[in-house]
Design a binder for this molecule. Sequence first.
Ligand SMILES: C[S@@+](CC[C@H](N)C(=O)[O-])C[C@H]1O[C@@H](n2cnc3c(N)ncnc32)[C@H](O)[C@@H]1O
Length: 281
Amino acid sequence: MEKKSTAEIKGTKAKPFLRWAGGKKWLQKHLNSLLPTSGFNNYHEPFLGGGAMFFSLQPSNKAFLSDLNNDLIATYQTLKIDASEVIKELKKYKNEEDFYYEIRDKKYRNSARLAAKFIYLNQTSFNGIYRVNLRGEYNVPFGYRTKDFVETENLLSVSKTLKSATIFNGDFELATDNIKKKDLVFLDPPYTVSHNDNGFIKYNQKLFSLEDQYRLSKLIDVVKSKGAYYILTNAAHVAIDEIFEKGDRKLELSRANLIGGTNAQRGHTKEFIFTNIENEL
Ligand SMILES: C[S@@+](CC[C@H](N)C(=O)[O-])C[C@H]1O[C@@H](n2cnc3c(N)ncnc32)[C@H](O)[C@@H]1O
């Protein structure tokens, strides 16, 4: 019989509550074979997004979760502290076009309202991409989706799962000081290098430049020098190969490209996983 995690024993296992570009749900089936067989200490995820890996693992030690997207992190922080207030707000919302645009234009100050607005727009918009205009205003249109956007049970479980996590906003380099020996660092940056070798694509609020990829490579050197583990996912591209080639393991995985709506980006894409974890696969 499969062993249950602490979260499953306590109640419903929390799952990601957001649709997020580049979400790593697909990686879960490869997860067990990737993790260090001797276990790990603390967990770090500095490109948190929808947190598919964190929710799948639900690590028993401390977790450090962060992202550059301030509204996203504020939502996690508020859910951690007061999910009931967020749910109460969400329950007032309607999945209707006029109502959607009304909420999209609202400027709230209250943290529960802001979190509810973030979740509502993410769940009822056209796609899961977080896109803002030059003034920083979310500008994704209404999605005509039928799925219920108030997942009460799940949001309460998410809140419980986040209780022991340290959640902060900022660049991935801020994770450095917290990383200690035998910790696991999961790195899932935006894939700014396109899959067909023809340049760069921008699919996120902030472009992740080639310079950023080099900075990330330096962070990995620090992780290794501290005796910690890393797992990096990235686009399968020759430029990425050159930057992250460190004599560690490299896997190439193929998956269905699920996000991106109507354009021609759908189909099978290849991704690299780099890791210094030496398990047999
Ligand atoms: C591919 S997504 C992560 C998806 C996530 N693994 C999931 O399962 O949903 C990349 C994330 O990196 C964040 N990001 C972009 N530039 C960053 C930076 N310099 N430092 C930290 N986070 C950054 C984006 O806001 C985005 O949420």
